[in-house]
Design a protein around this ligand. Structure first.
Ligand code: ADP
Ligand code: MG
Length: 268
C-alpha cells in the first residue's frame, strides 16, 4: 500500500441518498483502518485525474470518494464533461488515476499489473457503453458470445460451447431478444442494440456492471425499457450496477444516487 496516509487522512464520504427501494443498507458503517468497508463491493478513495491539453493541465477528478454496495443499483449523475466517463473508466481499470485508490472486494485494483486487470475485467466486471460497440459482421448471439470466445481461446471455447450458448440464449431471453439471435446489428433498433450489449456484458457472469450512459442514445420510452431490464437483472441475477448518466430522471431509478460536481462527489 503506497498511499495509506493519504487514504487515512481523507474522511470517508459515504455520499448519496437511498431512494425509494430501500433494499440497501443506508446506515453508514465504520470503515477499517485503511478506509475500507467490508460490506462494499467497490470503493474509491481520493481519486484524482487530469488531462493535459498542450501546456494546460485540465483537472477532471479532484478527489473522488465512492462507495458501492453489493446488489445495489448506484447512479452517478453529473453534467456533460463533469468526468463521469473518466471515473467509470478508472473504476473499470481501463485507465489509471493520478492519485487515490480503488478497491474491489477489499483488494486494491488500480495498481495491479495490466494482465491481472485484464483478468479482473473479464471475470468480474461487465461494461456497457452509450454506443453499444457491437461487431457488425456477427449475429446477436455471436456478439453476446464474443467475450467468452476471446477470453477462452478457440479450443477452450469449443470445449465449453454448449454451456456458453445456453447462457447467451438465457441472457437474450432476459433482455427480450430471443427472436433476434440470428439477426445482425444493422437490422436492430437502438434499444435492441443496447439490450444486446447488456447481454454481452453479462455472459461471463460478472459481479458488477459498469454502465456509461446506457440510455444516453435512446428515446425516453426505450431508455426506460433498458432501465427496467437493468433492474430485472439486478433483482434476478443479484447484479451490482453502477450507472452514470446526465439525466436526473434516469438516475432517480437507482437505489442510491450520487453527483459528480467540480471533480468531487456530492450528496443529493
Ligand atoms: P462526461 O462523461 O461526464 O461527459 P468525461 O469524463 O468524458 O465527461 O470528460 C471530462 C473532461 O475531460 C472533459 O472536459 C473532456 O473533454 C476531458 N477528457 C476526457 N477524456 C480525455 C482525454 N483522453 N484527453 C483529454 N481530455 C479528455
Ligand atoms: Mg461520458
Amino acid at each position: 500500500m503506497s498511499n495509506s496516509t493519504q487514504v487515512a487522512a481523507r474522511p470517508s464520504a459515504s455520499s448519496g441518498a437511498v431512494r425509494s427501494r430501500p433494499r440497501v443498507e443506508s446506515v453508514a458503517r465504520p470503515a477499517d483502518a485503511q478506509g475500507q468497508d467490508q460490506e462494499l463491493i467497490l470503493s474509491a478513495r481520493g481519486l484524482t485525474k487530469s488531462y493535459r491539453k498542450g501546456n494546460v493541465e485540465l483537472p477532471v477528478l479532484r478527489g473522488v470518494d465512492l462507495d458501492v454496495h453489493p446488489s445495489a443499483v448506484t447512479s452517478i449523475i453529473g453534467q456533460s464533461g463533469s468526468g463521469k466517463s473518466t471515473l467509470l473508466h478508472l473504476l473499470g481499470t481501463l485507465d489509471a488515476p493520478d492519485e487515490g485508490e480503488i478497491y474491489f472486494e477489499q483488494n486494491r485494483i488500480d495498481d495491479l499489473p495490466n494482465r491481472s486487470q485484464d483478468i479482473l475485467r473479464n471475470r468480474y466486471f461487465g461494461m456497457v457503453f452509450q454506443f453499444y460497440h457491437l461487431l457488425p459482421e456477427l449475429s446477436m448471439l455471436e456478439n453476446v458470445l464474443s467475450p467468452v470466445m476471446i477470453s477462452h481461446g478457440v479450443w477452450g471455447y469449443w470445449r465449453r460451447r454448449k454451456g456458453f450458448v445456453e447462457r447467451a440464449r438465457h441472457l437474450l431471453n432476459l433482455v427480450g431478444l430471443s427472436h433476434r439471435e440470428r439477426h445482425k446489428p444493422r437490422e436492430l433498433s437502438g434499444g435492441e442494440l443496447q439490450r444486446t450489449a447488456i447481454a454481452r456484458a453479462l455472459i461471463s457472469r460478472p459481479q458488477i456492471l459498469l454502465a456509461d450512459e446506457p440510455t444516453g442514445n435512446l428515446d425516453r420510452q426505450t431508455g426506460l425499457e433498458v432501465l427496467e431490464i437493468l433492474r430485472t437483472l439486478n433483482e434476478q441475477e443479484n447484479l451490482t450496477i453502477v450507472m452514470v448518466t446526465h439525466d436526473q430522471s434516469i438516475a432517480r431509478e437507482a437505489d442510491r444516487m450520487v453527483q459528480l460536481v467540480e471533480g468531487r462527489m456530492e450528496d443529493i
